[in-house]
Ligand binder design. Sequence first.
Ligand code: 173
Length: 318
Amino acid sequence: MRHSLLAVFAAALFATSATAQEVTLRAVSSFAEKTQFSRNFERFIDKVNADGKGLVKINYIGGPRAMPPFEVGNAVRTKVVDIANVTGAFYTNLMPEADGFKLISKPMSEQRKNGTWAFINQLHNQKLNAQYLARQYHNVPFHIYLTKNMAKLDFTGLKIRVTPVYKDIVQALGGTTITTPPGEVYTALERGVVDGYGWPVTGIFDLGWDKVTKFRLEPAFYSVEVNVLVNLDVWKGLNDKQRKVLNDTALWLEGLDRENAAIIKAERERQAKAGIQAIDFGPAESAKFLKTANDVAWASVIKRAPETGAKLRALAGN
Ligand code: 173
């Protein structure tokens, strides 16, 4: 009798500690649910939940309906959420160097070998109290989209919706900038508050912007970065097995970037079919634009973060 009771007690204890091995992480995305720049993070969550059964479970709270995009970085820092899908452009207030990530377009496999990942992880540890788990979309560029045609590559007289990604280049070419989260782009265009907006080559159909977009300015520039960040206290509190599930799935997530070339090709065709015309001033003007875009962005990063910005530029090699 005594023995069997003890056995039951022991079994219960064992069950409790086995359950305690599974940690639940609260997740948000800075992009709308099921849209282009949340989709791979959502696949990541599904895979962690499958591969990490009994170890890690991610509870996806959602996108901007759950949390304003520009607050996501700070929410990771303060552990309001445990894990997030967010572009550095949305937390440059906490980390000015984050504005330089768009200038690093080497594949993550290379960045993980040449010290870039380690340096950017250190910045996240220090300034965002976060682990830099993964970066996605290094091979997806940005464009400026317009509701009006332009006679030369000059934004004088135009109001353009921006985030920190596009602000310096739009201003360098004479434009007026208005910063908004993605959720306000449609209304701003519809009401004529802006004449155009910056956005990656992919994703403009997700929120219906094709209906109010007439032109896509060439050339494509910079490199999208959407990061998966984990609160650092949470990260340190995980055991080796739990961290391995997250790290392995992070590498898998970065590997999904191989799908982007086909997605970009399909998206350009879809834009053409929707009547969105490319504006292209030819190779010389495009080269000049790209050089200006690169120069003004680095100058802006290095002005705000002289030492770390310069180190980032050396790692980027441009
Ligand atoms: O335009 C934006 O909101 C922006 O900065 C961004 C960054 C990465 C992916 C998509 C959009």
